[in-house]
Design a protein around this ligand. Structure first.
Ligand code: 9MR
Length: 601
């Protein structure tokens, strides 16, 4: 029902009277850019800003933008940046349409940053989630408390046969990926990198005892502690030296006649020395139904074959770990570095072992191009060790000189560049400056993109991908770094535009972050936060990001009904079954945290 209601409004083009006014529902810091959007065509309209008592405190005229393919509406913009008086319950009105209420206040992003980070504690596997940290409503027993898994053996869903392995690994811990209970090295990599990078950017934030978590009081930074929870898991996913495995080696072959391209045939199997590689994931043998609190998961848990991409995710993030924990916990830093170097050697030995995306029960995270992962891992290892080998690989990679795009789980080059541009390395200053310029150039392109869409966000795409909110927030991260490097206010305005969209300045008039805004997402695709399926279960805690509109892979039942009927920014529904539209994930909450923490800084 919800989905249908949303669909019905999605394609109303060129309405004469303004339909609604959309604004960041969390509100604004006094000095920031303040933009709102009106869905209306025609000539500029009068707008008013009223305070909580209904008194008009500012007024002006909108700027017409015209037809906006991204939202499917004709839109006009309200710029009220000059109004800076703190207060609660402000509303914008245009004609008969009115925005949701919002405050103007200093430090408005602080709670958001903390809650976005707490998401990772909520997603922990292997330990109970305790009421004293999260409140009774969200407490639960440990999921997969002792996870000792063997390897998948036999035929996968496409009939490919796998040998299995002669060992089990204790892979207890880490974060559940998303609404499912898979733990994926590939996606864990970018998520933990983003947290570690936030720490590296500002090590004084989130000092010990500032967050509610089991490690508070252990004398280590709480943000670094949360990241370590995942790193410890990634380390456990590494294969012992001297282990042989039979895996497909080489690029996949074309799909068999009549099969879609994504069902390409794996390369021929060969025996490899898999020592030092990382398993792609540990996950359920079959998809579990919803709801499913993790402690009730009845499925067998299995390790899935090692891949070059997973191995390089481990190499990169463990190298970053080694750099950050040096002098804080030298033994752990050494353990991270040894794992990173072992992973690096294993990836070099086995540079073309790709995931086959052919197992049911979990996501694929298959990536057919690992040149960016090689660059990223080399960059992190070089930044940590200064060693010539890593420097050579990083600086000879095409990614070293390429244009930056927003990072994502299959495209990690920017992560390497960010590290080389901002960490202290032996690179000559001219090179570091060139990389910094590349970050600023990317930010400039994103700002130019904001001119090309009605809602003024630093993102354009003809189709919105799965998890589009994270593409936007990863761009916001690069905009934030451009501001760090230049001090130019336009980059902060770009970051604000991105968070504005996520928090309500969008054609759905929704805040995609639970608990933040008058109309916030409430029904994520999640196996525990699923009160619409079982009233005894809690809704999402505050600070959880929906993946957001997806107009390109509308694979779930809810999305299928919207297909062909929604403009990209409106292909979304607040529905627990909409896994392609409304799931939550560690690699999406990570940039939400990074950006909120940056805005608060
Ligand atoms: O974020 C992933 C997206 O880029 C892919 O297109 C999609 C389909 O393969 O999978 C997404 O990742 C999901 C993962 O496979 C399993 N856990 C939930 C993730 C978020 O939906």
């Amino acid at each position: 029902m919800r989905a249908l209601l949303l669909a019905a409004t999605a394609l109303t083009l060129g309405a004469a009277a303004p339909q609604s006014v959309q604004v960041n529902q969390l509100g604004f810091e006094p000095g920031d850019a303040k933009l709102a959007i009106v869905q209306a065509g025609g000539a500029p309209l009068d707008w008013t800003l009223t305070d909580a008592a209904g008194k008009v405190v500012a007024r002006g005229k909108t700027t017409a933008y015209g037809k906006d393919p991204a939202s499917g509406y004709e839109v006009q913009r309200i710029d009220f940046s000059n109004y800076r008086t703190p207060g609660d319950g402000y509303r914008l009105s245009v004609g008969g349409a009115r925005s949701e209420p919002f405050p103007i206040r200093a430090s408005i992003y602080r709670p958001l940053a903390r809650d976005a980070l707490a998401f990772f504690y909520h997603q922990r596997a292997g330990v109970p989630i305790e009421a004293r940290f999260v409140g009774a409503k969200w407490a639960r027993p440990a999921g997969h408390a002792r996870e000792v898994a063997k390897c998948f053996a036999g035929k996968d869903e496409r009939g490919i046969g796998w040998d299995g392995c002669g060992y089990t690994l204790d892979v207890t811990g880490g974060w559940y990926d998303a609404g499912d209970h898979g733990k994926y090295v590939v996606n864990g990599g970018i998520a933990v990198w983003t947290l570690q990078n936030a720490y590296e950017r500002k090590p004084s934030a989130y000092a010990d005892n500032s967050l509610k978590m089991p490690e508070a009081g252990n004398r280590h930074n709480d943000l670094l502690d949360e990241a370590r929870y995942e790193i410890e898991f990634l380390l456990r996913m590494q294969i012992a030296d001297g282990t042989r495995a039979r895996v497909p080696v080489g690029p996949p072959k074309p799909a068999k006649p009549g099969k879609p391209v994504w069902e390409s045939e794996p390369a021929d199997f060969a025996a490899i020395d898999a020592g030092g590689m990382a398993h792609q994931k540990v996950a359920d043998r079959n998809w579990t139904k919803l709801p499913m609190p993790p402690q009730d998961d009845p499925e067998e848990r299995l390790l899935y074959p090692p891949t070059t991409a997973a191995t390089l995710n481990l190499a990169a993030t463990a190298a970053q770990c080694a750099r950050l924990w040096r002098r804080l916990d030298d033994a752990f830093a050494k353990r991270c570095l040894a794992a990173a170097e072992r992973a690096w050697a294993a990836a070099k030995r086995n540079p073309q072992v790709y995931a086959t995306n052919s197992f049911t029960g979990s996501g694929g995270y298959g990536d057919g191009d690992v040149s960016d992962e090689f660059y990223w891992a080399a960059a992190e290892l070089f930044a940590t060790t200064g060693a010539a080998e890593y420097r050579t690989v990083a600086t000879h990679s095409r990614h070293f000189t390429a244009e930056l795009r927003e990072p994502g789980w299959p495209s990690t080059a920017s992560l390497g560049t960010i590290t080389l541009a901002t960490a202290r390395t032996p690179l000559p200053k001219a090179e570091t400056d060139r990389l910094r310029t590349a970050i600023v150039a990317a930010a400039d392109r994103f700002l130019a993109d904001a001119k090309g869409n009605g809602y003024g966000i630093p993102y354009v795409a003809s189709g919105y991908p799965w998890g589009s909110n994270s593409n936007l927030l990863n761009r916001a991260m690069l905009l934030g770094l451009a501001h760090d490097l230049t001090g130019d206010a336009k980059y902060r305005a770009g970051v604000v535009a991105a968070i504005d969209y996520v928090l309500g300045r969008n054609p759905m008039n929704i805040s995609y972050v639970s608990g933040y805004g008058a109309r916030a997402m409430q029904h994520p695709h999640h196996r525990f936060w699923a009160p619409s399926l079982d009233p005894k279960l809690p809704g999402p805690p505050r600070g959880v990001l929906s993946g957001g509109p997806n107009s390109t892979a509308m694979s779930d039942d809810v999305a299928m009904k919207l297909k062909g009927k929604c403009a990209p920014q409106t292909c979304w529904a607040d529905d627990v079954n909409a896994y392609a539209l409304n799931e939550v994930a560690i690699n999406w909450n990570a940039p939400l945290f990074w950006v909120a923490a940056w805005l608060d800084d």
